[in-house]
Design a protein around this ligand. Structure first.
Ligand code: PEP
Length: 249
């Protein structure tokens, strides 16, 4: 039985004061949540998360990382820096990184492998654009994204990654995939994981992301192959994030 995981992706939002109030609100409202919870925050706030969340049920992580271990890569943050702040998770391949920073499937796969090698859990984002969905290419696109990662991490790591299916047309738009649409893709992804490693695939967490809100979270997460959510906008308000966490149990 897979436990649910709810992850907040703060994107490029936050300030020391706003983060303190958001995290305190989340901690105060958690009351024995059964779902696992994490926040992925901008790198400058990892120290603040470490200070505020250490010893709490809320884990933390980053939203991206370099595939290089160290060196002359101005502006980048490497895996050992995330380890310095006790990150458990790192998002790789978010569609905003793929779209605005030209990240390829191969680069995302390298980042996922580097995260695993460093003992962090990569949250690997995959998903199709509206154009691709309308052209009937959804599975072709997500298959290629997932294939690159599976090839890099190897079959023994199938349950060490977290996968997040995030249809690009649903991210930040208020348009959500219906539970049935999302389940159809999640089931196909699970099948693909199973073909790679049947035993491990039962344990791989596959999250849904894309305008998940308190009012649609329960229906989405009730689907048999949806193991939680990657939450953008709704993770910035403690009440909404907590409502989604409650909907996961
Ligand atoms: C995301 O950024 O991963 C996301 C799912 O955003 P939103 O919930 O705002 O659509």
């Amino acid at each position: 039985m897979r436990s649910k995981l709810v992850v907040g992706n703060w994107k490029m939002n936050g300030s020391r004061a706003a983060n303190a109030s958001l995290l305190t609100g989340i901690l105060e409202g958690l009351d024995n949540a059964r779902a696992k919870v994490a926040v992925c925050v901008p790198a400058p706030y990892l120290y603040q998360c470490q200070e505020l969340l250490q010893g709490s049920p809320v884990a933390w992580g980053a939203q991206d990382v370099s595939c290089h271990p160290v060196g002359a890569y101005t502006g980048e943050v490497c895996m050992s820096m995330l380890q310095d702040f006790d990150c458990r998770y790192v998002i790789v391949g978010h569609s905003e990184r793929r779209a605005y920073h030209g990240e390829s499937n191969e680069l995302v796969a390298k980042k996922a492998k580097a995260a695993l090698d460093a003992g962090l859990t990569p949250i690997v984002c995959i998903g199709e654009t509206l154009e691709q969905r309308e052209a009937g290419q959804t599975m072709e696109v997500v298959d290629a994204q997932l294939d690159a990662v599976l090839e890099a991490v190897g079959r023994e790591a199938v349950d060490k990654i977290v996968l997040a299916y995030e249809p690009v047309w649903a991210i930040g738009t208020g348009k959500t995939a219906t539970p049935a649409m999302a389940q159809e893709v999640h089931a196909a992804l699970r099948e693909k994981l199973r073909a790679c490693n049947a035993d491990a695939a039962q344990n791989t967490l596959v999250l849904y992301g894309g305008s998940m809100k308190p009012d649609n979270a329960a229906d989405l997460m009730a689907q048999p192959d949806i193991d939680g959510g990657l939450i953008g906008g709704a993770a910035l308000k403690a009440a909404d994030f907590l409502a989604i966490i409650r909907a996961a149990q």
